[in-house]
Design a protein around this ligand. Sequence first.
Ligand code: NAI
Length: 343
Amino acid sequence: MDVAIFSAKQYDRRFLTAANQSSFHKLAFLEPRLSQETVNLAAGSKAACAFVNDDISAPVLQVLSDLGVRLVALRCAGFNNVDLNAAARLGIVIARVPAYSPNAVAEHAVALMLTLNRKTHRAFNRIREGNFALDGLLGYNMAGKTVGVIGTGRIGLTAARILTGFGCRVIASDPAPNTDCVKLGVHYLPLDEVIGQADIITLHCPLTPETRHLINAGTIARMKPGIMLINTSRGAVIDTQAIIQGLKTGQIGQLGLDVYEEEADLFFEDLSERAIRDDLFARLITFPNVLITGHQGFFTAEAMSAIAATTIGNITAFETDGRPLHPVSVERLASHSGTASAT
Ligand code: NAI
């Protein structure tokens, strides 16, 4: 099948080409994001393949339909950028990659924790300047610390497993407690108690109307002073204005982010020649105790291979059976209303 792959980076080309070895789809790698301006690049293709910041709104789907595109294969889990009602009306099937590697994201969350704690990012720079002083690099033992995991699905469970291995006391909040976590010795508590008891909080819940700005001025005020907060889930789970205030007062001691509320205008692109127009983001990166990565939690060789294999599997199943392995239906939209998980 002819497939137009939007937002294609060099690494997408590498992993999708490898996954396509025995499927022989004709893959056209297109650098631009899918949008109303670029959608015509899909001419001649039966399928379009898109990523988290691509625009798959009704006008884009209309043009895709006019061009004869029958499948949009998302190479991510989230589908908040798709107008599912328009897709259903136009008869365009939407497929996604529901799960790939919880280890990739959980390990990245722990990498942020350890870097912030032991300040290896600062040590790296100091040593290169011939500065071997230790002042300012004081950390603490992870063993014995209380870590609050908010959201104990696939990624939260994996994070809890790593952290219990360090000797941390893990407490958690989740409306649907995970028996595998309980077996690990994780204690489920009401959200407020997790927030009040934790030395470190790590967010692994999806973005829903209930979790939007779950971390806000009120919850921050109830945290232990100097807490470390890690977010690898979705930017809008945190109220950025409130977190900046918390950093200014010292209530937030350390902040590690892989996601950001307004990341669509920043992440995945090289903007090093331009001024950052987002003043909140610009303020965040001025704090010495803030570490930000650009939505790379999923970015391991294993996760990329799994994403590529499932994406090609979706396309092949659609070509042979008329149904992808992991379709997204309008019913899912109803059950996930407001969900905006990115990857
Ligand atoms: P999952 O669906 O396996 O687990 C999510 C868990 O959150 C569930 O147990 C659910 O009950 C819980 N939850 C729902 N509402 C909650 C609330 N109000 N409070 C506490 N817990 C709540 O999802 P998975 O695979 O573990 O992914 C978690 C999130 O990680 C995704 O929604 C996505 O936003 C993010 N993610 C980030 C990536 C990155 O590269 N940084 C890559 C993949 C996912």
